[in-house]
Design a protein around this ligand. Structure first.
Ligand SMILES: Cc1ncc(COP(=O)(O)OP(=O)(O)O)c(N)n1
Ligand SMILES: Cc1ncsc1CCOP(=O)(O)O
Ligand SMILES: [Mg+2]
Length: 515
């Protein structure tokens, strides 16, 4: 991070709602920035430095106080910018966002086809509704289409002060026209000058001024057409971080990093036919497009033949994890778990990514044993955790609602807790003793049956199971038992394909006779 000297700064002025007095202020006018087009400017009240942290603050022992940003901006029908971008950015950053709409625009990725400005008195009414009731922490402004609306906002903020104001004025249009000169900037203490639109620069360089020092914030430029709404999003994200109690500089840094990640994540998505598309604030669309052939909901029948890998066994037989996984699926495995206890994290991640590709191509879910970080990094379908691993409730929080979570249980109480924690299935065992997990307490068929009878979740049996005893396991005849999970009977063998086929055929036979 570099420092800029004061000869590069011009003065300007603006009000703050808390005291409405002009503060000394600045604008960066270094050569490159002064000549650039479509710069956005963001401002916020420096009093935020004394702000307490309010994230999920408890009020009167019962109410949870949620950080709250009010955005005062225009609606973008294409939902890439404006109010819609602000809502998505705040949601992504975990902050409540209320909205006062100043104008309704008809726009898409091609351009703006129409603008309908909301009457001043109705903007005032919206402001009063929200500010008089909702404990707003930070106000963020976007499109303020008339002096009258600026005055209305000023008046409302005098009546209902907030902790800080983040202003995102449009100074220069994308076409290069100056829409507001330096004089409107007088009074800001904290200023961020965005350099993201300087297309000639390899990096995206912004300059932040906190009233005393200048900081250069540099990140790699993301090459993408999907940049519509980056300014609104950056400003909203700064507002969101401030609402959570961040200091100004860290709020700006987090916001810049968030926008960079969102752009990078969305760089190849295609929405609309125009030159500048929107990006994905929630970092979700790409994976959904990518995974569109994958079932979104866990299907308990996937537990039928559960193949669990073991790197030691694959190494012993001279095969890679990917070859082992492919052979198991071709032999009939209906779900795969990578249980790579010895692997280095980097190697594990690399093979996990390759296995995700393979499993996705076959439409078979892939879970990761123990390692939630690896599951997230390779976008696996879920994880399997044991009683001494990360609790399933935390795994659920980290992985979100769609991923599959399995939990090892030996007792009905553990099975109940797994259900409470948001798990999808239970792995019950060891049913029989096994060298694969030495010193593991076995539950036997009785223990398996007790867990299955009590469980609200589907169950897969594990531990010492193979062709010789899979029938006995399935024949306990309890509806919750959906299949068997197997390590050595598939992978500590010469041919994974043949062993999986044999076990699959046997399970098929068993289930048809049990029915
Ligand atoms: C399907 C399935 N069931 C149980 C386990 C065992 O998990 P855990 O208790 O965490 O033990 P480790 O596998 O980590 O040794 C499992 N992996 N899969
Ligand atoms: C991971 C695990 N959890 C309980 S037993 C077991 C090992 C199962 O391996 P195998 O199928 O070779 O008995
Ligand atoms: Mg474990």
């Amino acid at each position: 991070m570099g420092h800029y000297n004061c000869s590069q700064i011009l003065s300007c002025s603006i009000f703050f709602p808390k005291n409405c007095s002009p503060l000394s202020a600045t604008e960066v006018s270094s050569k490159g920035f002064g000549q650039s087009r479509a710069l956005g400017y963001l401002f916020a009240n420096s009093t935020i430095h004394q702000a307490p942290c309010i994230v999920a603050m408890q009020e009167d022992n019962s109410k949870l106080r949620i950080p709250h940003v009010l955005t005062v901006a225009g609606s973008d029908s294409g939902a890439g910018a404006g109010i819609q971008a602000d809502l998505k950015a705040c949601a992504a950053r975990g902050v409540y966002c209320s909205t006062v709409i100043t104008a309704v625009t008809a726009q898409n990725t091609i351009g703006v086809q129409g603008v309908n400005i909301v009457p001043e008195d109705f903007v005032a009414e919206q402001l009063k509704s929200v500010l008089s009731d909702m404990n707003v922490d930070i106000v963020k402004t976007g499109m303020l289409p008339s002096i009258g609306i600026v005055k209305v906002l000023h008046h409302s903020l005098k009546q209902f002060p907030v902790r800080a104001l983040v202003v995102d004025p449009v100074m220069v249009s994308t076409s290069g026209d100056v829409l507001a000169g330096p004089s409107i900037l007088a009074g800001f203490r904290n200023v961020l000058v965005k350099g993201g639109d300087l297309a000639s620069s390899l990096d995206a360089v912004d300059i932040f001024f906190d009233g005393d020092n200048f900081y250069e914030l540099r990140s790699p430029r993301v090459r993408t057409r999907n940049t519509h709404g980056t300014g609104c999003t950056l400003a909203s994200c700064i507002a969101a971080e401030l609402a959570k109690g961040s200091l100004m500089l860290s709020a700006v840094k987090v916001a810049k990093r968030y926008v960079g990640s969102a752009l990078d994540y969305s760089k190849d998505i295609a929405i609309g036919n125009g030159l500048q598309g929107p990006f994905d604030h929630l970092l979700k669309l790409k994976s959904n497009v990518h995974n569109s052939c994958r079932p979104q909901v866990f299907d308990p029948s996937d537990l039928f033949l559960y193949a669990v890998t073991d790197s030691g066994m694959n190494k012993k037989w001279g095969r890679s994890i990917t070859d082992a996984v492919k052979a198991a699926i071709e032999g009939g495995a209906t779900i795969v778990q990578l249980r790579e206890k010895e692997a280095e994290t980097r190697d594990f991640l690399e093979s996990a990514k390759a296995c995700v590709e393979i499993c996705r191509a076959y439409g078979v879910p892939l879970l990761i044993n123990d390692r939630i970080d690896v599951a997230l990094a390779c976008d696996a379908d879920g994880v399997h955790v044991g009683q001494s691993d990360t609790p399933a409730s935390i795994a659920r929080t980290l992985l979100g609602p769609e991923k599959i979570i399995g939990v090892s249980c030996k007792t009905p109480e553990q099975a109940h807790q797994a259900w409470v924690d948001g798990a999808d299935y239970i792995g019950c065992g060891g049913v029989y003793s096994t060298n694969t997990k030495a010193n593991n307490i076995t539950v036997g068929l009785e223990g398996l049956k007790a867990v299955c009878l009590s469980s609200k979740l589907p169950v897969v049996a594990i531990g010492g199971i193979g062709v010789s005893n899979a029938r006995a396991v399935m024949e306990i005849g309890v509806a919750a038992l959906k299949g068997v999970a197997v390590v050595s009977a598939l992978f500590d063998r010469e041919s994974v394909l043949n062993e999986t086929r044999k076990l699959h055929a046997l399970l098929k036979e068993t289930t048809s006779s049990v029915k």
